[in-house]
Design a protein around this ligand. Structure first.
Ligand code: HEC
Ligand code: HEC
Ligand code: HEC
Ligand code: HEC
Ligand code: HEC
Ligand code: HEC
Ligand code: HEC
Ligand code: HEC
Ligand code: HEC
Ligand code: HEC
Ligand code: HEC
Length: 485
């Protein structure tokens, strides 16, 4: 008898009882309500957790009044922030969780409260989201279970309950877009997710779950500097991407590219992250049609010039992507004049040769010659100005002009994209003309310096002769005075 009491007491203390002993469940089942029906496949039920662990009350009493008496600790239906508090009673308490043999992290409430969803709701009385907003209250299953509302195949619906509800979202932030679902469904991720592929990215794989932050927060997984590693979680893992027939080198290449170095090493927020080219929710490889538009959002002049160049039609006809054909996509390197011309390393020689496509060949060769001549003229002009400056000559004016020469060189790099010899030549010649002026001014300053050196030499000889004469003259006067005495 006393042994039975001890066992009962232990059960009461840890609030763990078998389903048959849970009077709350038993009675509610006979009523046939939803909570008790759903609870039968709830992970909490399977861990021996009772209705009373969340609602309070005494699960050992058959009498309804006594079981659900305030004196027995019955709290009724939790509302507002009390809901998450009930869940956190176990989930934020590692000791408690260990009693159930669980080693799950115990940070959900803490993370939730510091996330965007931990803001106060419009009523000001509770936080935007409670645990049950995403997990439900009864019938909770493992997050890996297909029935879980946070399973990759269901999470989209769970998040967009709110995020696709314009009326609701407007009460919080009228400027926040509500088109994530629509866009997502046009993406490769979204299309495959709708077909039951649980490996593609869904809302939580890019944004996180309890720790979701505003995209503008530097700690957000979708803050520009963090996006490449967010995408790389999957896209750089050949293990994870096994079975999909696409490369897994995008991050590696990107991080070494001009764009990647600018973004990841120099924190240059003007440089593109993965989503600048692929879209946020519309993540798709930019198609042949849209690549120049993607690049053109930042490199507008290059894109404009390309559009009216002979390559526009030629590339369209051959279904060649516009910028990518010459620059690639993920491993774009700094552009130099070596890309231009008919040497093996030049991109033009991929398609133009003396035999095939000779017109382009001739122009490519000529453009390179023009660039080379401008670069060497600029070099000579620069050396002359430096020499003059070292000699202390005034060359401020010429240095300004030297900048114009460099500007012309920079313009010519962009002007390449006209693929038009005449237009290109005009830009180069402007630079060549200024370079010639600077060269002349440099040479003049150096000549002037030499001239002044000679002039100075003559002057000092004259002064020395004068000084000696004066000395001798004074000596003579002194001698005369002495003999005169
Ligand atoms: C003998 C039957 C019986 C037992 C035992 C019983 N309940 Fe109930 N419970 C009911 C009935 C019937 C209602 C609905 C009555 C009502 O609407 O006031 C109810 C209502 C509730 C509600 C909703 C209250 C509200 O304010 O809407 C909760 C929560 C609840 N029970 C939890 C429990 C828990 C926890 C236990 C065990 C500690 C328990 N019940 C034990 C029959 C029972
Ligand atoms: C893991 C915690 C938890 C457990 C276990 C739990 N509930 Fe609940 N229950 C809640 C929460 C939270 C709400 C509030 C739901 C809401 O606001 O939508 C709720 C609401 C209810 C309600 C009122 C609203 C409704 O959905 O009808 C009843 C009745 C209820 N629970 C009964 C039960 C019964 C009976 C059991 C056991 C079979 C049980 N609950 C087990 C957390 C729990
Ligand atoms: C905005 C939706 C959302 C809210 C609110 C939310 N969760 Fe989650 N929760 C998720 C998602 C999504 C996952 C799955 C995460 C994954 O697979 O990486 C998850 C996973 C979990 C897990 C599994 C272990 C883990 O940490 O990944 C537990 C336990 C959990 N949530 C408890 C809670 C509790 C307790 C609360 C309230 C404090 C809560 N959740 C609030 C979305 C939410
Ligand atoms: C009495 C303690 C207790 C309370 C209260 C409680 N949980 Fe749990 N919960 C557990 C235990 C134990 C597990 C099983 C953990 C395991 O399998 O490692 C669990 C599992 C879960 C899981 C599944 C995690 C996974 O492994 O995928 C979710 C989601 C969850 N709880 C959410 C909630 C929510 C939401 C509430 C509040 C409405 C809540 N829990 C209240 C103890 C509790
Ligand atoms: C209960 C409704 C609700 C649910 C469910 C919900 N959210 Fe939110 N979410 C909001 C509200 C409200 C805001 C805050 C808007 C504001 O004040 O700027 C927000 C903010 C955000 C933001 C920050 C937007 C920004 O850049 O400012 C992101 C990202 C976000 N939610 C993603 C998610 C994801 C992912 C899920 C699913 C795991 C989810 N949300 C589920 C209501 C919800
Ligand atoms: C492939 C990754 C990815 C997926 C999947 C994804 N997002 Fe986003 N999301 C982003 C990025 C990147 C941004 C940041 C945009 C920026 O910098 O302005 C963003 C921004 C947001 C914002 C802020 C407002 C906006 O639209 O710019 C919300 C809200 C949001 N996402 C919700 C969701 C929801 C809900 C889902 C699921 C339907 C989802 N996201 C799926 C990457 C993703
Ligand atoms: C949860 C893992 C995961 C994350 C995170 C993820 N992706 Fe994906 N992504 C996939 C999988 C799986 C595919 C399907 C591969 C296929 O198309 O065969 C895919 C497909 C794509 C495709 C289409 C590839 C093609 O040609 O079919 C693009 C583009 C893409 N992702 C870009 C991104 C970008 C950009 C991000 C970050 C903002 C990102 N992904 C984040 C898993 C992920
Ligand atoms: C400067 C623009 C740009 C950036 C930045 C960029 N991509 Fe791409 N990406 C492209 C283009 C263009 C394609 C090829 C489209 C085609 O040929 O149809 C592509 C193709 C892809 C594909 C399809 C498979 C493949 O490799 O061809 C995936 C996946 C992908 N990118 C992921 C990423 C990820 C992840 C990042 C960030 C680490 C990223 N991209 C950064 C422009 C970009
Ligand atoms: C037929 C090959 C080819 C195509 C197509 C092409 N480029 Fe270029 N691009 C070059 C060459 C060659 C250079 C280097 C010129 C130099 O340094 O003299 C260059 C240089 C650049 C530069 C650096 C110079 C500057 O303007 O700042 C950018 C940026 C650039 N290209 C962007 C683009 C974009 C955007 C597109 C698509 C609209 C594109 N390119 C299409 C060959 C090409
Ligand atoms: C979000 C804006 C953005 C987008 C989109 C973008 N770029 Fe860039 N790009 C930059 C910035 C910023 C730099 C300068 C990086 C640095 O050197 O600091 C750059 C540098 C370059 C360079 C090297 C220029 C040089 O001076 O050597 C080339 C070539 C280039 N981009 C081509 C492309 C192509 C091709 C695309 C499309 C596939 C593209 N970019 C898309 C912003 C962008
Ligand atoms: C991907 C292949 C490809 C590359 C790379 C390429 N071109 Fe072309 N180009 C063509 C095609 C195709 C035409 C259409 C006329 C033809 O077939 O010769 C053309 C036409 C031209 C024309 C106009 C010829 C005329 O008939 O008036 C010029 C000029 C030209 N290219 C210059 C260049 C230069 C300079 C480069 C290197 C920066 C270059 N191309 C790189 C494929 C290419």
């Amino acid at each position: 008898m006393s042994r039975i009491i001890v066992i009962l007491l232990t059960l009461v203390m840890f609030n763990r009882l078998s389903a048959a002993d849970d009077q709350c469940l038993k009675c509610h089942e006979t009523i046939g309500d939803n909570p008790s029906a759903l609870f039968k496949h709830d992970i909490h039920f399977k861990r021996g957790i009772s209705c009373a662990d969340c609602h309070g009350g005494n699960p050992h009493l058959e009498d309804m009044e006594k079981a659900m008496d305030k004196k027995a600790g019955f709290e009724g239906v939790p509302k507002g922030d009390d809901i998450s508090r009930v869940c956190a009673g176990c989930h934020s308490n590692p000791e408690q969780m260990k009693k159930y043999g669980s080693s799950l992290p115990a940070n959900q409430l803490q993370n939730l409260l510091s996330s965007v969803h931990g803001k106060l709701s419009v009523t000001g009385k509770e936080h935007v989201a409670q645990c049950i907003t995403c997990h439900g209250a009864h019938g909770i299953v493992s997050v890996k279970d297909l029935r879980s509302p946070v399973h990759p195949l269901n999470i989209v619906k769970t998040c967009t309950k709110c995020h696709a509800n314009a009326m609701f979202m407007r009460t919080y932030n009228p400027s926040l877009p509500v088109d994530q679902l629509d866009k997502y469904r046009t993406s490769v991720h979204g299309k495959r997710n709708a077909k039951g592929d649980s490996k593609v990215a869904e809302c939580a794989s890019c944004h996180g779950s309890h720790n979701i932050l505003s995209a503008k927060d530097v700690k957000s997984t979708v803050y520009p500097l963090n996006i490449p590693s967010t995408c790389a979680k999957c896209h750089s893992s050949s293990e994870y991407m096994k079975g999909f027939n696409i490369p897994t080198d995008q991050y590696e290449k990107f991080s070494k590219s001009v764009h990647g170095v600018a973004l990841l090493q120099k924190d240059d927020m003007g440089a593109p992250a993965c989503n600048s080219c692929h879209g946020n929710h519309g993540a798709a490889p930019p198609g042949v049609e849209s690549i120049s538009k993607v690049c053109g959002t930042c490199h507008a002049i290059n894109a404009d010039l390309f559009s009216s160049s002979p390559h526009k039609k030629a590339f369209d006809q051959r279904n060649l992507p516009e910028c990518e054909t010459c620059h690639s996509n993920h491993d774009i390197i700094a552009a130099t004049n070596r890309l231009l011309g008919v040497t093996p390393e030049a991109v033009c020689s991929k398609c133009h040769s003396e035999q095939l496509s000779p017109r382009g060949y001739v122009v490519a060769k000529e453009m390179r010659l023009l660039v080379d001549s401008l670069e060497s003229s600029e070099g000579i002009a620069k050396l002359l100005i430096e020499e003059a400056e070292q000699k202390g000559m005034e060359v401020t004016e010429a240095k300004f002009k030297l900048r114009d020469v460099h500007q012309a060189r920079l313009q010519s790099r962009t002007m390449v994209h006209s693929f038009n010899e005449q237009q290109f030549r005009e830009t180069i010649e402007k630079g060549l003309k200024t370079a010639a002026i600077v060269q002349t001014e440099g040479e003049f300053a150096i000549r002037e310096y030499k001239f002044r050196r000679i002039g100075l030499g003559i002057a000092s000889v004259v002064i020395t002769i004068l000084a000696i004469s004066l000395y001798l003259f004074i000596k003579r006067i002194e001698r005369r005075q002495r003999t005169g005495m």
